[in-house]
Design a protein around this ligand. Structure first.
Ligand code: FMN
Length: 174
């Protein structure tokens, strides 16, 4: 880690989706920090069903970007993570999707907190590329992809501002 990590509130509030990356690799130390943050997420009944596939091979990154028009940034990312839930460990779909989403958000915040950039790429089970994703990642039948995360050293800056919205906050009843 080159710089000191941000304080947690700054890391959360300044996180934005970063879709352009320099060619610089992500260090093993940073990757370890990011993966640790992901796996530190809460988990329903602490079943911890989430697995993370780290993809760095250029040809795999190209394959993943080619199958999803919303995931074109994967091609230029030095790392793409596939977050998948083991439904043998947590059979309740709502819960394993929540667990996976918590892992993804922890990762996005950690990435921003150490000065890198990332974007969450959604996985839709009805998408035409879903089976291709399963094939590329060799996920067994019980592992359900929850989301992908493309990440790298940012090559774009996003304006960040206060997103507090009083119309979204309700006291006691809606
Ligand atoms: C479930 C989910 C799926 C997403 N899928 C994609 C995607 O496929 N491609 C993409 O470029 N961004 C994707 N995003 C990122 C959103 O577009 C982004 O979070 C939103 O525009 C708000 O911008 P911000 O992340 O900079 O705050 C996804 C975000 C979430 C939460």
């Amino acid at each position: 880690m080159e710089n000191q990590p941000m304080d947690v509130i700054t890391a959360i509030n300044t996180r934005r989706s970063i879709r352009r990356y320099t060619e610089e690799a992500i260090s093993e130390e940073d990757l370890h920090t990011i993966l640790t943050a992901g796996l530190s997420a809460p988990s329903a009944t602490n079943r911890r069903p989430i697995h993370i596939i780290v993809i760095r091979k250029k040809e795999t990154l190209q394959l993943l970007s080619a199958i999803n028009s919303h995931g074109k940034m994967i091609e230029k990312a030095p790392v793409c993570l596939v977050v998948a839930a083991d439904r043998n460990a947590q059979p309740v779909k709502e819960l394993y999707l929540n667990d996976g989403s918590a892992v993804i958000e922890n990762i996005l915040v950690a990435v921003n907190g150490i000065g890198l950039g990332a974007v969450w790429i959604g996985v839709y089970h009805f998408a035409s590329w879903y089976n291709e994703l399963l094939r590329i990642t060799a996920l067994p039948e019980n592992l359900i992809p929850v989301g992908l995360i493309a990440m790298g050293h940012p090559d774009e800056k996003k304006v960040t501002g206060d997103r507090y919205d009083p119309t979204k906050v309700h006291q006691e009843i809606f």
